[in-house]
Design a protein around this ligand. Structure first.
Ligand code: BMA
Length: 810
């Protein structure tokens, strides 16, 4: 326990006990209660087998957490607690000091009257969120539907808590709870200096202004305050308790840019007030949302520092289903993987959290723009005054907390609440009522957000055709942002991605299985390694998901010969689905200005749309994403008449010289050079390089495109006009060698004949220098594997499997 005369950190080891007195164990705060029970052996790990169902009881009763601490302070003190999940009462020495019911708020109740000098006891009663939710539903004036497709645990929409905790089509349903953030006691006299706002202004002459508005703690009334920013400093000798200001003007600021478009320069802002120092890292940048009408409908694009930037990215869900496991290290690994795959934006989807401060610090540092949803997803919500008043407080706090981050590009009202209006019998029968209630909620969010920071980019909902537009942005591609789910949820073929031309596609996805070594961690017996086993089925939360994966294989591939290859092909076809969509939509730029696929990460090991396995290991698709998201990329786009257009996209702000070689491999396995191009691709453009007729690529032939651009982007892509199952490949006869050198496994490969989607799989967690390679006849390649745990190196060498399209079915 860290103790000073002005602050006591109450994090550390607490005790937790069930209200029925049957269970008690240590509880590490910050953290969730399930994790404490797992560590103590009270419950099994819910991620393994079908344990999920055996631990549901935990959330169905109340739990009491407690600890003791010493206090010898004076004057007024308050408690400072955030991420308290969710319906809870805190008592100090048996006196109630806080009744909380919003996980997305920070609470700072005055606790002076409850404290006593010497030994004190603090207690948190976590009321069963599951029971509380049901109670609140009953008290509503009319029924408020929640998504039964996603949530096996009902009524989560009643609580201001991550909505995916009640289950989702990629999450288990155990309704975790606990204290996940800070929990501290602070003296009011020495309270932290509070930063109200940090405002940036960018002037036409290229200079920038920064204004800092803060509240100095009362005891520092007479203190001397120094504020420094970008090498300038200012003194304030009579700080105002309510509002002190400092202003800096920077003539030629070094700017912050998204990854791939420039540097992520951060200036230090420091406020020193006596012995107290507050720092923030500030990126100077301007982000505008472009949404003007045009001949098609209305645009949706981001302009950063005066330049339109195509957003390449994915959707973010919580880093782990159990908050104790969502560490900064894991989060960094996941976000770094996004940048490594050439992304520049993530969307923090509305069914999880407003993430912790360090999350946005990471995004500032990595150059990942953040599209931040307010936390409402796929359900209908109450619109009574009490609920709206709570939402307002939440919005004000969150916008105030996050507004200074360079990464924040957009605040969006919710995820899919407009769609939800047509998902339930009640809402279809009385759309007027539910639409009016929705608008009350949405308007409350908008007003509170804009009042807190009038400069934010606001978007009402995702997807949305635009302000006060309640149309079908799942199918109408003319305006705003789109969620295009027809391929996955409606079973259309991959080619259907080319039937729409979104302005910005903020969700679209295709499922695959987790990687084999991860499956083996939760499907622990041989018996379970079958997609129809009860364990595999319980690790698939989307109804009909396994059938969709299998049906897609029938459509495009020869059926895989065993379970391992089934998993492999599921990941390849997922990558192909996203490649088809993203290459086409990127080629439409500037008509389309962003693609955020669903979804980057997983909360537990499950069949899902993610490109990263739970824990951050790259699925096959993530290696493919690195290529289809390269800032300079080449793609082949067929039309329905059989013409293949070869296009090049340049997302860089400078022209890029590009060389492209086309090779055609015939059914007998012969590779013939076909054409060569050398072209300068103008900045921020998609251009046509060539048109091929169907006769150029006769039946059974495969087109290979090798390209290299001046910025270092290079890649190889192949194109086949027919489904892979129709092509007759020769056995590539891959030979490989794997040697251990300096803690890494060097895998050398050579192919006798064309080998598509060649993938090294070591059976252990780690990172491959590259993977999912296409090898031409006679070609060699090297993949270097670094295991996460050095001790796994030998196992990796012993278990190495090389897969390719041919061997998956032979
Ligand atoms: C989208 C998301 C999520 C969901 C995903 C896959 O609509 O907003 O609710 O997990 O689809 O179905």
């Amino acid at each position: 326990m860290a103790e000073s005369h002005s602050e006591i950190d109450l994090g550390g080891t607490w005790r937790i006990k069930s209200a029925d007195g049957k269970h008690a164990c240590d509880y590490a705060v910050p953290g969730d209660v399930h994790s404490a029970l797992i560590t103590a052996g009270v419950i099994p790990d819910p991620y393994v087998g079908r344990n999920e169902y055996d631990v549901r009881w935990v959330a169905e009763q109340d739990w009491i957490a407690s600890r003791e601490f010493e206090w010898h302070g004076e004057g007024q003190w308050h408690l400072d607690v955030d991420y308290l999940d969710t319906v809870a009462e805190i008592k100090i020495n048996n006196k109630s000091v806080l009744k909380a019911d919003n996980c997305f708020r920070r609470y700072t109740p005055d606790v002076s009257k409850a404290l006593k000098r010497g030994r004190n006891k603090i207690e948190i009663r976590f009321f069963s969120n599951v029971r509380e939710a049901a109670k609140r539903q009953k008290a509503q004036p009319y029924y408020i539907p929640y998504s039964t497709n996603n949530c096996p645990i009902p009524d989560g929409n009643m609580l201001r808590k991550p909505q995916c905790h009640f289950g989702w089509d990629w999450n288990l349903a155990i309704a975790p709870f606990g204290a996940y953030g800070e929990i501290k006691l602070r003296s009011l006299e020495n309270a932290a200096l509070f930063i109200q706002a940090i405002k940036q202004t960018h002037f036409d002459d290229g200079s920038a202004g920064i204004e800092v508005i803060f509240e100095a703690p009362p005891s520092k009334n007479k203190a001397h305050i120094t504020v420094t920013f970008a090498g300038q400093s200012q003194s304030i000798s009579e700080p105002d308790f309510y509002e002190s200001r400092a202003y800096f003007h920077i003539k030629r600021p070094r700017l912050w840019w998204p990854a791939g478009s420039g540097e992520q320069y951060l200036h230090e802002l420091k406020i020193q007030c006596g012995d107290q120092i507050e720092t923030r890292m500030i990126g100077l940048r301007q982000i505008e949302l472009i949404n003007q009408k045009d001949e098609v409908g209305a645009r949706f694009a981001f302009k950063v520092n005066g330049q339109e930037i195509f957003c390449r990215g994915a959707n973010w869900i919580p880093a782990d289903a159990l908050p104790s496991r969502a560490t900064p290290e894991l989060t960094r690994k996941l976000l770094q993987a996004a940048v490594d795959a050439n992304m520049n934006m993530i969307r923090i989807w509305g069914g999880g959290y407003y993430e912790q401060d360090w999350f946005y610090d990471l995004c500032d540092e990595l150059g990942l723009m953040v599209w931040q949803d307010f936390q409402f997803a796929c359900n209908i919500y109450p619109a009574d005054e009490k609920f709206l008043a709570e939402v307002k407080l939440e919005v004000v706090q969150q916008v105030q907390r996050l507004q200074h981050h360079a990464c924040i590009a957009l605040w969006c009202g919710d995820n899919e609440l407009i769609g939800a209006l047509s998902w339930f019998p009640e809402t279809r029968a009385n759309r007027d009522r539910y639409l009016a209630a929705y608008d009350r909620l949405n308007h409350t969010i908008e007003q509170a957000a804009k009042a807190t920071d009038p400069t934010i980019n606001w978007w009402p909902s995702s997807p949305s055709p635009g302000l006060l537009s309640f149309g079908d942005a799942w199918h109408d591609d003319r305006s705003g942002d789109m969620h295009f789910w027809s391929v996955w949820h409606e079973g259309k073929d991959f080619e259907h991605y080319r039937d729409v031309s979104p302005r910005f596609c903020s969700e679209f996805g295709f499922q695959s299985y987790p990687s084999l070594h991860l499956i083996k961690q939760f499907a622990t017996s041989e018996e379970d390694l079958n997609i129809a086993s009860d364990v595999m089925e319980s690790h698939q939360k989307n109804k009909g998901g396994n059938a969709r994966i299998a049906e897609t294989m029938f459509r495009y591939f020869r059926f895989p010969k065993d379970f391992g290859n089934f998993v492999y092909i599921s990941q390849i076809q997922q990558g192909l689905a996203m490649k088809t969509a993203i290459e086409y939509w990127r080629s439409l730029k500037p008509h389309c200005m962003g693609t955020l696929y669903w979804q980057l990460n997983d909360t537990w090991p499950v069949a899902s749309w993610s490109s990263l396995d739970h824990g951050g290991h790259w699925k096959a698709m993530h290696y493919m994403a690195k290529r289809f998201y390269a800032p300079v990329a080449v793609m082949a786009i067929p039309d329905k008449q059989g013409t293949i257009t070869i296009k090049a996209v340049n997302d860089r702000l400078k022209a890029q010289k590009l060389t492209l070689e086309l090779t055609i491999v015939d059914p007998a396995g012969k590779a013939k050079p076909f054409k060569q191009f050398s072209k300068a691709v103008p900045p921020d453009k998609a251009i046509e390089i060539a048109k091929l007729k169907s006769a150029d690529l006769p039946k059974g032939h495969v087109l290979i495109m090798d390209y290299e651009a001046a910025d270092g982007s290079k890649g190889r892509a192949h194109f086949a006009a027919e489904p892979y199952k129709a092509l007759r490949f020769l056995d590539p006869q891959i030979s490989h060698k794997a040697e251990i050198k300096n803690g890494k496994l060097h895998i050398s490969l050579s192919a006798k004949h064309l080998s598509l989607f060649t993938t090294a799989e070591t059976g252990v967690d780690g990172n491959y220098s590259d993977n999912v390679l296409d090898l031409l006849p006679g070609e060699k390649a090297e993949i270097i594997f670094t295991p996460t745990n050095a001790a796994d190196l030998q196992v990796a060498q012993n278990n190495l499997v090389i897969r390719n399209l041919y061997s998956s079915s032979h």
